[in-house]
Design a protein around this ligand. Structure first.
Ligand SMILES: C[S@@+](CC[C@H](N)C(=O)[O-])C[C@H]1O[C@@H](n2cnc3c(N)ncnc32)[C@H](O)[C@@H]1O
Length: 353
């Protein structure tokens, strides 16, 4: 088996990240990873070798400690380490033990981000079933740093517009605010090829995408690459990514990095905003009095770029109450029949703007 591959500037080492001697000290800007959870998940390589995801706890912890030590060595003092891990319904508290191992090797805990996988029925998660526990809909993303004085993040890079526009100017000059440490990122697919072929636990590409944007990283590392999600995000943002995967499915990694269709989520002000904007695009003419945007401009302009800008404005300016939203969505069903459809996915393609 080849020891490494490079796909469009993204390098993958097919070996254990317990030894990352290919990487120089303090040379990585951002680390993003999700380690094996030690929960009998199924990770296997091209030859069928299966990773043992059910190790005795002591072995599991000593293995992770070796990887975290290497992460500490290679991360720049300016860098940030995003460690994603969730507790299973029955193994409450394992995540805390895993992050504490990272603290033991020298990392400083900055804060936690809560990654919500499913909210109010939107999104996918693994149901626990039964009557003894509620389903687990979120995971931790622990944010760790090496040096309190040196590290740097820019929350506005993944910011959202103000709901209350009178706040513009008070805290920032632009209509952009820190979106906070709760990230709602539903999976795009529930039964993708990666999941079926032996990698049970990829995270959505949007997750590493936000981490990279937040830290403005140029060189990114994922020591447990899995399907390659982190490098797919790095490639999308034209950054250099390095990954380690001891049990690789090379076709999956290559496809995820080079072919996965990824588009960042638009900034979210309210749930179902995509649906709402889709609707607005369809029926806005009838409701201009409720949403003060120049939609006639959108309809009259022929240049696609201009139209995209206007749709972005719609997203930024939209502040609806729940009841207005409900009203909109109900009306949309009735009105959709007579109004032509605009493909929102095309309009919101960030690369075009
Ligand atoms: C939770 S998965 C990571 C999933 C990844 N975030 C994604 O989006 O696809 C953990 C991965 O670590 C890999 N792994 C296990 N032991 C490893 C080791 N010693 N070195 C590198 N990778 C390892 C497993 O094969 C598995 O693919």
């Amino acid at each position: 088996m080849e020891k490494s591959d490079t796909f469009d500037g993204q390098t993958i080492y097919y070996k254990s990240s317990e030894d990352m001697s290919e990487i120089e000290n303090s040379s990585i800007d951002t680390i993003i990873t999700s380690p094996p959870y030690n929960r009998s998940k199924h990770y296997s390589d091209d030859t069928g070798t299966v990773y043992n995801d059910n190790k005795p706890e002591k072995l599991y912890f000593s293995f992770l400690s070796r990887v975290w030590s290497e992460c500490f060595r290679v991360l720049s003092p300016k860098g940030v380490f995003f460690l994603n891990i969730g507790d299973s319904a029955k193994d409450q508290g394992i995540s805390e033990k895993v992050v504490n191992l990272a603290v033991k090797v020298g990392f400083i805990r900055l804060q936690n981000i809560i990654w919500i996988k499913s909210l109010l029925g939107k999104g996918h998660y693994t149901p626990t079933g039964g009557t003894r526990r509620l389903n687990n809909l979120w995971e931790n993303i622990y944010v760790l740093i090496k040096d309190k004085k040196e590290y740097n993040i820019n929350p506005l890079n993944i910011g959202i517009p103000y709901a209350d526009k009178t706040n513009i100017g008070r805290y920032s000059k632009e209509d952009l605010r820190d979106a906070g440490n709760i990230w709602f990122i539903p999976y795009q697919k529930t039964t993708g090829v990666s999941i079926k072929k032996g990698h049970e636990a990829p995270f959505p590409i949007e997750l590493p995408y936000r981490c990279i944007k937040l830290t403005e990283a140029n060189i990114i590392l994922d020591p447990f690459l899995g399907t390659g999600s982190t490098l797919a995000a790095a490639r999308y943002l034209n950054k250099k990514g390095i990954g380690y995967e001891k049990y690789p499915r090379k076709d999956i990694i290559q496809n995820r990095i080079l072919k996965e269709e990824f588009r960042p989520e638009p900034p979210i002000l309210i749930p179902h905003i995509v649906l709402t904007v889709q609707f607005l695009l369809n029926v806005i003419k009838d409701y201009q009095q409720l949403v003060p945007i120049k939609f006639s401009k959108f309809l009259s302009t022929k240049k696609e770029e201009e139209q995209i800008k206007i749709v972005r404005e719609v997203l930024k300016n939209l502040t609806l109450s729940w009841s207005q939203l409900d009203e909109f969505l109900n009306l949309s069903k009735e009105n959709n029949k007579k109004i032509s459809h605009v493909p929102l996915s095309e309009l919101l393609n960030e690369k075009k703007i």
